[in-house]
Design a protein around this ligand. Structure first.
Ligand SMILES: C[S@@+](CC[C@H](N)C(=O)[O-])C[C@H]1O[C@@H](n2cnc3c(N)ncnc32)[C@H](O)[C@@H]1O
Length: 270
């Protein structure tokens, strides 16, 4: 019988990295598989027979492998956006503009994914700022949290505090008006055409739509703005009563910005 997800190490790292990978497997509540690679059976042949997918620790960090491909953390997608920040003749980053982000700010990214938006926030708020990233999917949490440890944010960035769980769970643990901004980039209800790595992220991501309770908790925790991204042709904003801002007319994304709620101080309910 196969398990949905297991942990192993690359053949080259066997021995050297096995104790670290085993400890991580235990921390994440996943089985650890130690293969005798001398039998010549490639990992691809263990997929579907031992586990449907493997988190594999290699010399360059963790990779998620399944029958359709592989996915690993790379800050590359954020790098282009980071390079543009503050440069003359460049459009201001929409997320940074909508959050009105400043050095020293605090941000919770309730849909961390592989962390591009969180990395942008971390760069703008700088070392005196604070960024919390929340990811509900275990394999994506592993890639983001371990990747961010190996590849710390760009120079002069805030460290990103990665938490596993739902945005609602983490928001409920926070005091009212204790962070400047909360951002959400949930999976779109109508997926657009994408790259193989985004297709793989989509297979492992939590597809729970953003709900009114989570949005209300975000408005309780935020001091300045709650910013939500969605697909242009989705129904998310209608369902949540959000008004799309007309920012990027020819792009597949729409954004909404909601002010904090004028609620009493304290922690969330539940
Ligand atoms: C579109 S991706 C986010 C991409 C991210 N903004 C970036 O820049 O890389 C959405 C991610 O949010 C996660 N997610 C969705 N709903 C969530 C929730 N309620 N709590 C925590 N994570 C959630 C999904 O598993 C997925 O990894």
């Amino acid at each position: 019988m196969t398990v949905p997800l297991a942990v192993t190490v690359t053949a080259k790292q066997r021995g050297r990295q096995t104790p670290a990978a085993k400890a991580k497997a235990e921390e994440w509540g996943l089985p650890f598989c130690s293969f005798d690679r001398a039998d010549g059976i490639p990992l691809s042949e263990r997929i579907g027979t031992v586990a449907d997918a493997f988190l594999v620790l290699g010399g360059d960090g963790w990779t998620l492998h399944d029958a359709s491909g592989s996915l690993y953390f790379s800050p590359g997608t954020a790098a282009l956006r980071v390079r543009r920040i503050g440069k003359p003749n460049q459009d201001e980053d929409v997320l940074v503009r909508l959050c009105e982000l400043q050095p020293g700010d605090s941000v919770l990214d309730g849909t961390l994914g592989l962390g591009s938006d969180a990395l942008i926030c971390a760069k703008v708020v700088g070392p005196k700022g604070r960024v919390i990233g929340v990811e509900a999917s275990l394999p994506l949490f592993v890639l983001a949290s371990e990747g961010l440890k190996r590849d710390p944010p760009f120079p002069d960035s805030a460290a990103i505090d990665v938490r596993r769980g739902t945005a609602l769970e983490v928001l409920r643990s926070l005091e009212s008006h204790s962070l400047d901004c909360v951002i959400f980039d949930p999976m779109f209800d109508l997926p657009k055409a994408s790259t193989p790595s985004f297709d793989m992220l989509r297979r492992y991501a939590s597809h729970e739509p953003l709900d009114e309770v989570t949005l209300a908790e975000a408005r309780r925790v935020a001091k300045r703005w709650v910013v939500v991204k969605s697909g242009r042709y989705g129904k998310e904003f209608d369902r949540l009563g959000l008004t799309p801002l007309n920012l990027t007319r020819f792009k597949p994304l729409v954004w909404a910005r909601v002010p904090p709620s004028p609620c009493a101080a304290g922690r969330g309910s539940g």
